[in-house]
Design a protein around this ligand. Structure first.
Ligand code: ADP
Length: 281
């Protein structure tokens, strides 16, 4: 009788339609008790995880809307001023239109980064690994950033025998994105007449790619947070230079999806070195 009454409960606990073999006519009440306790513990853990995810989702949505609001308010402000007569004032009309445009560009950056994060989240296991020449990838990223580096008076120096190939295993487009983000940061947070050195070293079948700038550096207390989504050391400075606060979290996501490591060393006022590993092909 007890056995028959317990059957449906056991089915629920095991999340299965059929009964587990551990439950039969000979199961004692002590064993049943133990199973129920284990099941309750599992449910407590599941609820904790769901609560953490829910808190994270709320924070994330809050952060996203906050990020979007700032440029939207700016654009509205400029357009209102122009509509209220500013359009005829030659001292401000072009200037305000340019500012409005640059805020739409900020919106674009934020949306692009959010898209990239969403893609990485949904494709967590779909990194497409192939063998590629990482020197070529670095050179492409450096080439794409040449203009930006010149504007900011930063030299990008690749220390490697450029006649040699270096084949690694990874998702080329994603690794290029990671390299690009690290280079962009080294330029954005560099000092004029500065430089970023890209260095490569090999340890057995692992290569380490490092990006060393002599820019503003990062204080110790911020270091453990800078890979978090939306974390910025100086929010107003980062926004002013077009940052979304997502660049490093994207890099970390990409490198970890490759089961590799990323690290940072920095001295405030002197510069930072970001490095990540990759497997040789
Ligand atoms: P952001 O869009 O703000 O640049 P990131 O995620 O790329 O966002 O970087 C997070 C924060 O880490 C930045 O706001 C900046 O304060 C700091 N940071 C990143 N790279 C560097 C660097 N090379 N030198 C100094 N600070 C950096």
């Amino acid at each position: 009788m007890v056995y028959i009454k317990m059957q449906p409960i056991y089915k629920i606990m095991s999340d299965r339609k059929t009964l587990t073999s551990s439950f039969n006519n000979n199961t004692t009440l002590d064993e049943v008790n133990l199973e129920v306790e284990k099941w309750a513990q599992r449910k407590v853990e599941e609820l904790k995880t769901l609560k953490t995810l829910e808190d994270y989702r709320k924070d994330y949505v809050g952060n996203v809307s906050h990020e979007l609001k700032t440029p939207i308010f700016s654009i509205q402000g400029y357009l209102h001023t122009l509509l209220e007569g500013g359009i005829y004032d030659e001292n401000i009309n072009i200037k305000y239109l340019k500012k409005a445009l640059s805020n739409t560009e900020r919106l674009q950056t934020i949306v692009d980064d959010l898209e990239m994060i969403a893609k990485l989240d949904s494709e967590a296991n779909s990194i497409e690994i192939s063998s590629f020449d990482v020197i070529k990838t670095i050179k492409r990223a450096v080439g794409d950033l040449e203009g930006f580096a010149v504007e900011n008076e930063i030299d990008l120096i690749l220390k490697y025998d450029l006649t040699e190939k270096l084949l690694v295993l990874g998702d080329e487009s994603k690794i290029r994105q990671a390299i690009y983000n690290l280079l962009v940061n080294s330029i954005k947070y560099g000092k004029p007449k500065g430089r970023t050195i890209i260095q490569i070293s090999t340890i057995d079948d692992i290569i380490l790619i490092e990006f060393s700038d002599n820019g503003v550096g990062i204080e110790e207390k911020h270091l453990k947070h800078i890979f978090d989504r939306f974390y910025r050391v100086e929010p107003s400075r980062s926004r002013a230079i077009g940052g979304s606060g997502l660049g490093l979290s994207i890099v970390k996501h990409i490198i970890e999806a490759h089961n590799q490591n990323i690290n940072v060393r920095s001295t405030f006022g002197e510069g930072s070195t970001f490095g990540f590993t990759l497997k040789k092909a």
